[in-house]
Write a protein that binds this ligand. Structure first.
Ligand code: ZN
Ligand code: ZN
Length: 309
């Protein structure tokens, strides 16, 4: 089952000609989940040529303009296709008011149901088949949340030699054991999945954290992420100013990744518009000194998220 993250934009505060605002689209076997949608998000979606009208749910970190002003356009264009299932929009308080007032003032034509859920406490905010998405509080100038997408554990690896030793004939009975069902062997004795499967295996994990001070609890939430997309807005020499504005430096993002443990890749995002390509290399250098598996997110880059084994 494929899981991949498309980076739709990497900028903070304002879109630039070659850098749209921070937004990530997660695709799991054709299902689409959008994380934030600032001005211009639909341009990136269109450039990627994805079936973006079928987004299942939208997750908003907070209601600052650079994270939400693209939503009305996305909602309106979604009306160009017929959809029976509702679109879920999740975010901190004010997201319902924002969606409702945009619909009203803009007289938006919407031919499908929108379900808005405001997050009032940390925990699971969305559940799908074999995965869930949870939210946890960040520390910004207004209510802001981070999101963690996590798949359920997978059954352990199948050991054919064990099945053979237990006299289970190769074929459909093997598949049954692999999917967790007990079967009868050729002597009519019951064989249980635990006898032929290894330890349960971790599912894939993706985390999205932007617009926050750095604080230790973030590390606990994002530990063991296969892909950790995190704000790296400023260089180290702007640490004080980052703190004041309740943002973080790339170096702080790397410290969180290093401290969390089990993180496969840190992708920096939400760059300050002051930074040129040259500056971004410096951000990366500062982060890699602490967490070598750091990369710079790029507009419309694709990160496949693989199983551990
Ligand atoms: Zn922002
Ligand atoms: Zn913000």
């Amino acid at each position: 089952m494929n899981l991949e993250a498309f980076i739709l934009g990497t900028g903070g505060m304002m879109p630039l000609p070659n850098r749209f605002l921070t937004s990530v689209l997660l695709r799991r076997e054709g299902e689409l989940f959008l994380f934030d949608g600032g001005e211009g998000t639909q341009v990136s979606l269109r450039k990627l040529n994805l079936r973006w009208k079928k987004i299942s749910a939208i997750f908003i970190s907070h209601t600052h303009a650079d994270h939400v002003t693209g939503l009305p356009g996305i909602l309106m264009l979604s009306s160009q296709v017929d959809r029976d299932d509702p679109l879920t929009i999740i975010g901190p308080p004010k997201i319902a008011e924002y969606i409702e007032s945009s619909r009203r003032v803009l007289d938006m034509y919407i031919n499908y149901e929108i379900v808005v859920k405001e997050i009032t406490e940390p925990g699971i905010v969305y559940e799908g088949e074999g995965f869930h998405i949870r939210a946890f509080p960040l520390r910004h100038t207004k209510p802001c949340v981070g999101y963690v997408f996590e798949e359920d554990e997978r059954p352990g690896a199948f050991h054919p030699e064990k099945a053979e030793a237990l006299k289970v004939p190769r074929g459909p009975l093997w598949s049954k054991l692999q999917s967790g069902e007990p079967v009868l062997n050729s002597d009519g004795i019951m064989v249980y999945p635990e006898q032929v499967l290894g330890e349960k295996r971790k599912g894939r994990k993706f985390s999205y954290v932007t617009d926050t001070l750095a604080f230790p609890e973030i590390a606990q939430e994002v530990a063991n992420s296969d892909l950790f997309v995190c704000e790296g807005m400023f260089e180290r020499d702007l640490l004080e100013s980052a703190k004041e504005k309740k943002h973080m430096t790339a170096e702080q993002a790397a410290q969180i990744a290093a401290h969390a443990g089990g993180i496969k890749k840190l992708a920096l995002i939400h760059y300050s518009p002051r930074y040129t390509e040259h500056n971004l290399k410096q951000l990366l250098k500062e982060a890699q000194a602490i967490f070598p598996e750091t990369v710079l997110s790029r507009d419309r880059a694709l990160f496949p998220i693989e199983y551990e084994d």
